[in-house]
Design a protein around this ligand. Sequence first.
Ligand code: DHB
Ligand code: FE
Length: 288
Amino acid sequence: MAKITASVYTSHVPAIGAAIDLGKTHEPYWQPLFAGYEPGKKWFKDNKPDVIFLVYNDHATAFSLEMIPTFAIGTAAEYQPADEGWGPRPVPKVQGHPELAAHIAQSVIQQDFDLTIVNKMDVDHGLTVPLSLVCGTPDKDKFEWPCPVIPFAVNVVQYPVPSGRRCFELGKAIRKAIESYDEPLNVQIWGTGGMSHQLQGPRAGLINKAWDNAFLDEMIASPETLANKPHIDYVREAGSEGIELVMWLIARGAMADTAGGKAPKVAHRFYHVPASNTAVGHLILENQ
Ligand code: DHB
Ligand code: FE
């Protein structure tokens, strides 16, 4: 059977993607941020999965305001990079895993979560920046990501957005779905977006270090309690775009301890302020 071996969490700031693509990672502004991702990159090399189930949000790139799925699973064979602002990043197309994705859709929908099935979509910085940060930059001669990725898009842009509790319970259903797939695949689940940031209005630039670090503590030790945090707390304390953090709860809900297993081991934790307008957080939890 397939198994979820670990969960990885990271912010997705588009300026980080631009810094990588424009060769600025050693500049004084960026160096401390990229240094904090080195242990995670090393961990990933030593713990390469067969598939990544990547929870992220689209920023009106694949889905415009004409159509806003709350939860959308990518069942395609491949996804092209696309982006607003800087334009599509010069990164490889993302290979999907249609068989596992279709199985997860079947299982999760039968567990009463209504997913939108997406057979064609482009993926923006919400998905490609986490891949660059953790997998590194693909070689020019072998221009591909290290493994297939199942994109799972969550609406955190247009209200109403799903609650942390709903995301956490969905994670549990995704774990059951993956671990009932009849092939011995090593699967990682990634939760991305956040941490505190606000890009608009009078509070633009808001960052809340104390709240972010308490969030990281609770992600590790008390996710059940964290799942009860109402979305208004995210917006008040972590800014309007801080709501992206509810996506981390999907990945956390898929860890073994939420179904009676052992508490996960912390393989890496990192926090840095700022990157562009955003506080950056990164966490790697291994199932034991
Ligand atoms: C920034 C952060 C985001 O999450 C995003 O989607 C766009 C911009 C920023 O900090 O600039
Ligand atoms: Fe974002």
